[in-house]
Design a protein around this ligand. Sequence first.
Ligand SMILES: [Zn+2]
Length: 504
Amino acid sequence: MKLQMADMADGRWQIRDLRLRIGDLRLQAVAVRLGVFILLMGASLLAQAPFDSAQGRQPDWKALEGEIMRHYQAVLRIDTTNPPGNEHLAVEYLKQVFDTEGIPAQVFALDSNRSNIVARLKGSGKRRPLLIMAHTDDVTVDASKWKFPPFSATRDGGYVYARGAIDDKDNLTAGLMTMVMLKRMGVPLDRDVIFLAESGEEGNSNFGIQFMVAQHFAEIDAEYCFAEGGGVTRIGGEPRFATVQATEKIPRGIDLVSHGISGHGSIPLKSNAIVHLAGAIAKVAEWRPEVRFNETTGTYFRGLASIAAPENAKYYRDVLSTDPRLRAAADDWLVEHEPQHASMLRTSVSPNIFTGGYRSNVIPSEARATLDVRMLPDEDPAAFLAAVNRVIDDPAVEARFPAQNTRPAGAAARLDSEPFKAIEAANTRIYSVPTLPTMSTFATDMAQLRAKGMQCYGIGPAVDLEDGPKGFGMHSDQERLLESELYRFVRFNYEVIEDLARAK
Ligand SMILES: [Zn+2]
């Protein structure tokens, strides 16, 4: 941890120093200057960089762009909408690429339509393996909302449009290219590099990661793993900072059931189940569970405060304050303006399903709702459920956990580790941005691996912060990625893995 904090302090110092020199220019200018500053620092940075010519050849990334785009479009054009998934179609494509390249690859399946593939490049065994993974399934689409058909992977105005463009066929393509290039370049390895493309991440991990962990763990066992969940944030077209997902919230749905007396709709009853359920939902929605930081989110908000524009930085600092009034005011602001950040502060509750009644003239005896609850990694589920029941405070309404598969809890990845430093170095070298660890509010397949003790890091390409609100984000009506950022991410992915696996 010491080293990490020193790195962060250095990063802050560089940025503050620039701010002093450029006066009141905004962050955008700071980001541009940061690149210049890094160039000026070139001598010392290059000395640490593992990619000088003495270390061997590097892929000719410009020449590889056609091949990268070909693979990316090919996997995007395979309809792996989950349900039903049909991930075996993507697995067949990947298998054929690995076969052509002479990389050993094996298919594992609980259901033959929902297979997984594992490829492995052998190292000397001096160090424990690395695992690169990406899921092959996509969330569902409403094709009528798309300007270009969702599985056409149309290139337009510098973007590629397709379901899966940034979730998760970007990581799939980058992982594939990293394997291919390590093999083709004949990079001598200190450790095995394993690639896993798994099915069912979007809600059926029993076919994918859960199956692989339970039945074939030896095939994917590694010291470190890399998957989705992080990336580089661009604002106004400029990369500003990178995030590495080091931990994630745990989804635990809660069902609410209310019971009342049924009757004729012409005679209203105080016990009406719908009225009681609506009251319970209103109370739960008003409630803000306690704000709590962990090492990842504390480092994230401190880091964000050091690089954000002053008017926003104030809130990131205040929410960390021990002064309850400052903290509450900052929380109010985040809930209103940056709900994703507000969700990172606490176990969140969102009522997303409400059902009850079947005829306008019948008072139903039962009504049901489902709360989407995203727990902080250290939350005690039973205690939280008890708190929900206390907030509702209505004997007619019961809150309970449904019988369903849940993601297991696991320890956050370390921030003073070799992979975190390799990612940080690559972000500086390739994007000229500082790196912040982050906790995703959504779940990923890393949960199952962290529960097995693996150190997992979420990475991803650079996307425009403005793109999500325009409807081009993950799981949005449309999805897209800049072609230039796909190429840059493939290089980033390769360099991080090569840095960690190359024989030293
Ligand atoms: Zn995903």
